[in-house]
Design a protein around this ligand. Structure first.
Ligand SMILES: Cc1cc2nc3c(=O)[nH]c(=O)nc-3n(C[C@H](O)[C@H](O)[C@H](O)COP(=O)(O)OP(=O)(O)OC[C@H]3O[C@@H](n4cnc5c(N)ncnc54)[C@H](O)[C@@H]3O)c2cc1C
Ligand code: FES
Length: 510
């Protein structure tokens, strides 16, 4: 397909967002410090929380394992919407109408907060109001869309049913949510970073939190053995690096999705779209130097599982070609997000007995609004301000049905991954690994991952994930070793690319 059409897949996955904003670099933490609030994670959650608290006069330190906004926030699609797929009928069924309404209102307040902040600070971040659509071509989902519409009516959500969308996609029905939005996430967050500095906040990059000692004055310990003594810790690290006895690893699962950025001779008709059924297809556009860039996303799957990564990009390319005809294939990138058992994020105290340690995670690929909700809720918890959403997101909630069934199924899967790779036999040897290729081999009786780079140099790692011991698999799209259990990802030399693991894979010698 790619060859026939002469579209060349960009060799390296780079999100469009990063290219168009330049960020200052921040130092590594090289001393012990004392602040009011230590915030771990430089994505939308950590930055918005640091911004809000520093504005209120709190002394904050924000630490980031890599570069700011290089995690999931830097690889998002950046729709700012309360239409989180088909969710409201399900929330009414499982949590009741009041909580479903709160969920909607929290997302809408987050959208409004972002809009107000843009206006207040006069931020040029390509914000545009758009209607959001979930569409289907499957009979099963037609009835789900009808039920979702009933939920919209119960919850006073403005929208309606439509029978067509302006693309060459066969559909049976779609549901529209009026007046949602999209933006450029890094252009929006850069002025918030500037404000943190202006408000005397501290920001450190290349600084990884490895553990927390809880207590009245909790201490964040970094991997280079420095201490951040504070009154509160906010874990905005996507997957919490300190779960306490909260068992987060068993209550969330990671899934990856892919995005391609392409140009077309057709002009974009407006709106933001996502399919109800799998494989998911998400569509929006943005303007780059006066030219429309179509962002096509989807093809998600559990991290570390599924078909070879490049095939996901090819599936999106094929979809783009048949849907609106591609002109040029400009970008590709991928990222992962976490889903909780009841699809509502965990925001609040990490466990009931550690009030000073807070967490925000599990946004199910809707973190522009959910991450902003988290920042607003956590700020209110820290400042002791009433917030009507606190109970909805409380991480210690447990809804026995249908959570329990999913809980058991998910953990059985993790258990399978824990032993599967260890028993697997392979006769592959290092000589069988071609250039820019990776394979799993047995080296001195142990499972080892071998990658031979474009210069012929071989990089060997122990494939046992340093988080909890599952076996990592090769991701040929991003050239990383990915763990199917809780989503940790490692570079070819074993360095951590994405947590919860905070130790590298062991390097092995031939
Ligand atoms: C493909 C894709 C498309 C998406 N599209 C949308 C969309 O259209 N709209 C929407 O609302 N949402 C979308 N999302 C979801 C959204 O992007 C995420 O939910 C959100 O960006 C998560 O933000 P975060 O701040 O929690 O995490 P991140 O942005 O990942 O930030 C966490 C940071 O913590 C750092 N970190 C981790 N561990 C440590 C440690 N131990 N010490 C120090 N630092 C650490 C990481 O390096 C990272 O930079 C999408 C997600 C994906 C995967
Ligand atoms: S075992 Fe948990 S991420 Fe690998």
């Amino acid at each position: 397909m790619t060859e026939e059409n002469n579209y060349h897949m960009p060799e390296t996955p780079e999100p469009y967002w990063r290219e168009s904003v330049s960020f200052p670099s921040f130092p590594k933490l090289e001393e012990d410090i004392t602040v009011d609030v230590g915030i771990v994670g430089g994505g939308i959650t950590g930055i918005t929380t640091a911004y809000l608290l520093s504005k209120k006069g709190y002394k904050v330190a924000l630490i980031e394992a890599g570069k700011l906004l290089n995690g999931t926030t830097g690889h998002t699609t950046a729709k700012v919407t309360a239409q989180h797929g088909l969710i409201y009928d399900e929330l009414i069924q499982h949590l009741g109408e009041d909580k479903a309404r709160l969920y909607y209102e929290a997302a809408m307040e987050a959208k409004q907060f972002i809009k107000d902040t843009i206006e207040e600070k006069n931020i040029a971040c390509d914000w545009s109001s758009e209607d959001a659509f979930v569409y289907t071509n499957s009979d099963k989902y037609v009835s789900k869309i009808d039920k979702e519409m009933e939920a919209y009516e119960k919850l006073d959500i403005k929208g309606g049913i439509v029978d067509d969308i302006p693309f060459n996609i066969p559909i049976k029905k779609a549901i529209k949510m009026d007046d949602q939005a999209q933006f450029h996430p890094l252009k929006y967050l850069k002025p918030l970073v500037d404000s943190i500095i202006e408000n005397d906040g501290l920001i450190y990059e290349n600084t990884t939190a490895s553990s927390v000692d809880s207590g009245d004055h909790p201490i964040i310990l970094t991997s280079n053995s420095h201490h951040i003594v504070c009154k509160r810790v906010v874990q905005a690290s996507h997957f919490p690096f300190h779960g306490g006895e909260g068992y987060y690893f068993a209550r969330m699962y990671p899934s990856r999705s892919y995005i391609v950025g392409v140009t077309s001779k057709e002009s974009y008709p407006g709106g933001m779209y996502i399919s109800a059924e799998k494989p998911t297809r998400s569509i929006r556009s943005t303007t780059v130097d006066g030219e429309e860039l179509w962002l096509i996303g989807g093809d998600g799957h559990r991290t570390g599982e599924g078909k070879p990564t490049l095939e996901h990009y090819q599936a999106l390319e094929q979809f783009a070609e048949t849907t609106f005809g591609m002109d040029e294939y400009k970008y590709r990138w991928s990222a992962q997000d976490l889903t909780t058992l009841d699809k509502v994020p965990y925001i609040g105290q990490v466990t009931d007995d550690q009030p000073e340690i807070l967490v925000a995670t599990g946004y199910r690929k809707w973190g522009m609004t959910n991450g902003t909700v988290a920042a607003l809720v956590l700020t209110d918890i820290i400042t002791g301000t009433d917030n009507r959403f606190i109970d909805l997101y409380k991480p210690s909630r447990f809804h026995a049905d249908p959570d329990l069934k999913k809980f058991n199924k998910y953990n059985a899967k993790v258990a399978k991954h824990l032993i599967k790779g260890k028993l697997e036999y392979t006769s592959t040897t290092i000589e069988d690994v071609g250039q820019d290729e990776a394979k799993v081999i047995r080296l001195n009786g142990n499972r080892a991952g071998v990658y031979r780079d474009k210069h012929g140099e071989v990089h060997i790692v122990d494939t046992t994930c340093t988080h909890m011991g599952c076996e990592v698999n090769w991701n040929n799209g991003d050239r990383t070793w990915d763990c199917p259990c809780h989503g940790s990802r490692f570079a070819i030399d074993g360095a951590v690319v994405e947590g919860p693991a905070n130790k590298p894979l062991k390097k092995l010698e031939e």
